[in-house]
Design a binder for this molecule. Sequence first.
Ligand code: ATP
Length: 195
Amino acid sequence: MRLGILGGTFDPPHIGHLIAAQDAWSALELDRVVFVPAGRPPHKPGRAISPAAVRLAMLRVATAGDARFEVSDLELRRSGPSYSVDTLRELRERYPGVALFFLVGADQLREMHSWRAPEEIARLATVVMLARGGVRRAEPAVAVPYTVLPVTRVDVSATEIRRRVAAGESIRYLVPLEVVTLIEQNGLYRPAAGR
Ligand code: ATP
């Protein structure tokens, strides 16, 4: 069994995440990709992040109906900042003998030096850089071995989605329709909500 793990804030999840996960599933011959929303991401302390329950709900509707995808709330059940190494340890315990592939964007991989226990992360899982748009490796060089996986270039970010909502612009087609509905229902990203 081969399991991909895609961690992130997912505030909100968007088609860039889904297409990258699909590309990884296909190229790495994964059985499943597990999306792991971060409780309190250690690398994003500045911005007010939407409630964990809402981010989880958005991910669930975004991946519902696709048997290749799964959502895990394991980082949300832990208190304090979410460290990837703890997540991988937990997954390793839960799925002994399973090959884990830790999928990270180039932007995230570049920060790897500041992660907790990067060497252990690389021991627990194969670190895979999701390379968009011809990026071949992370600069500056990363201390741990990783493989590069070219993925379809989709220039969508959660930051851009939040900006559009705040500006009253449409986000249709950038996120699944059910995610649009949840963003509206929860009044996310509007200036009135304090963002
Ligand atoms: P933000 O804009 O708030 O920083 P984001 O869109 O990068 O958010 P995250 O939740 O931080 O979303 O991303 C989770 C993971 O998905 C990260 O590894 C990130 O690099 C990757 N990722 C994000 N957007 C894309 C995309 N368009 N294509 C491929 N991978 C992506």
